[in-house]
Design a protein around this ligand. Sequence first.
Ligand code: GDP
Length: 138
Amino acid sequence: MSRTFSILKPDATRRNLTGKINAVIEEAGLRIVAQKRVKLSTAQAEAFYGVHKERPFFGELVGQMTAEPVVVQVLEADDAVPKYREVMGATNPEQAAEGTIRKLFALSIGENSVHGSDSDENAAIEIAQFFTDAEIVG
Ligand code: GDP
């Protein structure tokens, strides 16, 4: 078993899609072993997306991620990171495969409904930014 970090983004919480997205996650065999709804501060969003700070969309991304609450999650499965990336679909929903969360729900490349870690190393870093070990119950 391994873990990945997930965010249901503000475009999803705004449209009351938490349950529908969680259903896709669970039906794909990922177990939600920690979950909470939080409102990110600008400092938290800037730190979380620090790798993108030189990109032209950085300000827009931080603005979108702090506009409404998000749901942060820890997901567990065999090969959780690649499995969730597959369930999420491509960053740009126009390129996302049928049945993926982004194909089903995303509005645009910016408002693309979910975040998922891109490596086991980043998953561990991102999980530790939001959860203590005691909050993760498998
Ligand atoms: P991900 O790992 O599939 O989420 O994609 P990236 O790590 O490349 O980008 C992180 C997030 O930045 C994406 O999920 C989008 O929300 C946002 N993003 C990426 N590219 C663009 C872009 O060209 N325009 C805008 N507005 N946002 C983008």
